[in-house]
Design a protein around this ligand. Structure first.
Ligand SMILES: [Ca+2]
Length: 341
């Protein structure tokens, strides 16, 4: 009889423990889901539901390689945009519960809607799958992608015919490019190489390994001090111009209500970084000090006109001609000159 009572009690405690565990995790999941769209700002406290706090001895947030028991959106641990974390809860009855969550951290100030006027357009070779695009004076430097079709070209704005071309071997997929003095740097998509050319002759001068921290090579620009690269995430990677296999720092990007996870072609201009987002019809103006999106230019109309034939023919080219922006895309037949208001 005594044995049965023990088993009965054991089962009872097991049941209580199970339902307690479910109660804690359900409450945490509901809480995290409800906060995902709303997001947080740096300095905010995480006010976890009482089902968690009343039953927890300790709550920690794991970021994979590090952990924090402070339930604050501290920039020491969190980055702007989405943060994939795991809540680790030590319950009062000695259990450890894990729950994954996405915590979004947004910019404090809403991004400005930047107005513009298209004042002119120029021809662009619709064969070119643009991955890198910039202009110096009247000379356009363009890096075009796809395996078997990758090349670096230069041409005079207005004439789509290149004056200089260097093609890549078929297995190389070229991505963003940036001019630094007399050199031009060219990223590759998954070849994990960064090529350096003489910009006047396109003679290849050297190559570097892409930094391990970057998943892939996407966009590239130069701010006068560092190269800045994207890898298809929310991050801007600052690379040492003397050794671009070294990451100097990483800046994560987010808007006031939006996570931007696929930053692509870039252009540094007048203290800001301009980036387009893969498969989105707009260009972001990013404050490089914080990663906050300060403004946004909406190019829905020209994107719709150019994307009709193929959904991959997305906006992907930003350059500055003086203070006017030049915008183009993958296989677009035009380059648009935009006067930014
Ligand atoms: Ca560019």
């Amino acid at each position: 009889m005594k044995r049965n009572i023990t088993i009965g009690l054991g089962a009872f405690f097991l049941l209580v423990s199970c339902s307690n565990k479910e109660k804690i995790l359900d409450a945490l999941v509901n809480f995290n889901n409800s906060k995902e769209a709303e997001g947080y700002h740096f300095g905010d406290q995480l006010k976890l539901p009482k089902e968690v706090t009343e039953n927890a001895e300790q709550v920690a947030i794991s970021f994979g390689d590090h952990e924090s028991s402070r339930l604050t959106i501290d920039p020491k641990f969190f980055t702007l945009g989405d943060n994939e974390v795991t809540f680790i809860i030590k319950t009062k009855n000695g259990e450890t519960l894990n729950q994954d969550a996405t915590i979004n951290v947004f910019a404090k100030t809403p991004e400005q809607n930047i107005t513009y006027q298209i004042i002119k357009d120029y021809p662009h070779d619709p064969e070119n799958f643009v991955e890198g695009f910039l202009i110096e004076g009247n000379t356009v430097y363009e890096s075009d992608g796809l395996e078997g079709a990758s090349q670096l070209i230069k041409y005079t704005l207005g004439a789509a015919v290149p004056t200089l071309v260097t093609r890549q071997p078929a297995h190389i997929f070229s991505e963003g490019c940036a001019v630094v003095g007399d050199k031009i740097f060219q990223l590759t998509y998954r070849n994990r190489k960064i090529f350096v050319y003489d910009k006047n002759t396109f003679r290849r001068l050297s190559e570097f390994r892409m930094p391990k921290a970057m998943k892939e090579g996407w966009g590239l620009t130069y701010d006068g001090e560092n190269l800045i690269a994207t890898d298809g995430s929310k991050n801007l990677f600052y690379l040492d111009v003397n050794d671009p296999s070294e990451v100097v720092k990483t800046v994560s990007v987010a808007g006031n209500t939006t996570v931007y996870d696929k930053l692509n072609e870039l252009e540094y201009h007048d203290g800001f970084i301009y980036a387009n987002v893969w498969h989105q019809p707009f260009i972001l103006k990013i404050n490089p000090a914080t990663g906050e999106v300060a403004g946004k230019l909406d190019f829905t109309k020209i994107t719709e006109e150019n994307v009709q034939e193929d959904s991959e023919h997305v906006l992907n080219g930003i350059a500055f001609k003086g203070n006017n922006m030049l915008v183009t895309g993958k296989n677009w037949p035009k380059i648009y000159e935009v006067s930014v208001q």
